[in-house]
Design a protein around this ligand. Structure first.
Ligand SMILES: Nc1ncnc2c1ncn2[C@@H]1O[C@H](COP(=O)(O)OP(=O)(O)OP(=O)(O)O)[C@@H](O)[C@H]1O
Length: 256
């Protein structure tokens, strides 16, 4: 059953000089979906995330949230509307405690929390992402993986309707990966909608009911995950060679 779209990307285009990093990209995200945004290195996935979150302006096309244009808004305005993100290269406030990093996020949500309410909520979020014991540690002292967890807690502090995850599961060991997948599944069970750029195919299979695949800035596939990963154009894009007749190979055999 199709309900109203939560997020619509319509012919979004981004150029860097002569390079068209995102070329007339269109896709829809429906409430409650976990959608993978896939593609080989340099295909435009992070740029697409930057267009949605307002970190970069579009050169053409539009992006709608609940049917309303957001591509003209600043990133903090988009965040306040309910679109939160994590970054491929984590961005935490290193000299501040983990708790204060999350409290800073709580001050930006539509109904900000301060004082004791903020402290309690921040601690609950840190526990949720597995950082309860590090609440008072400077964020800069965390391992890289834990900084990613902290960034997620800060994104969740905004109480987003849609969460944009940019390779959030990259670099995790097998145990951490299972924990990360379980955490995202738990977020999904609360009704959160998620768009995730991800190269870890086990995670894509476990989490994404649908995938949008890009190559050289252009969308080349959009559909159920298992089906999309077998499409010859997707396999070719990942492997960079003609694989006609190569029945054993799929996009998931390739790990960027
Ligand atoms: N700020 C920028 N200025 C110039 N070129 C850029 C900029 N950001 C990205 N690009 C280029 O745009 C293209 C798409 O990059 P992007 O980072 O969106 O790809 P990606 O699919 O996210 O790649 P990866 O999987 O390696 O993270 C690449 O050719 C990249 O070099």
């Amino acid at each position: 059953m199709k309900t109203a779209t939560l997020l619509s990307v319509r012919s979004a285009t981004k150029r860097f000089g002569g390079l068209v990093a995102v070329n007339e990209l269109s896709f829809d995200i429906y409430p409650g979906e976990v959608v993978g945004l896939l593609g080989p290195n340099g295909s435009g996935k992070t740029t697409a995330m930057n267009l949605i979150s307002g970190a970069l302006p579009v050169n053409g096309g539009e992006i709608l949230f609940h049917g309303q244009p957001i591509h003209t808004l600043k990133s903090h305005q988009i965040a306040r509307l309910g679109i939160a993100r994590t970054f491929q290269l984590v961005k935490v406030l290193g000299s501040m405690s983990c708790m204060d990093n999350v409290i800073a996020g709580l001050a930006f949500k539509p109904r900000p929390l301060f004082g004791k309410a903020a402290t309690q909520r921040a601690l609950a979020l840190l526990v949720q992402v597995g950082l309860g014991e590090f609440a008072h540690l400077p964020a800069g002292d965390l391992t890289y993986i834990n900084q990613k967890r902290l960034e997620l807690a800060r994104a969740l502090a905004l109480e987003p309707q849609i969460l944009l995850l940019d390779e959030w599961l990259a670099g995790l060991n097998p145990t951490e990966l299972q924990q990360g997948i379980a955490l995202i599944q738990q977020l999904q069970s609360t009704g959160l909608t998620i768009l995730m750029v991800e190269h870890v195919m086990d995670a894509v299979h476990a989490l994404c009911s649908r995938c949008v695949v890009m190559n050289a800035g252009t969308k080349i596939a959009d559909g159920p995950t298992a089906q999309v990963l077998k499409e010859p154009e997707v396999v070719r894009a990942y492997l960079g060679e003609d694989v006609d007749g190569g029945e054993e190979e799929t996009a998931e055999t390739h790990h960027a």
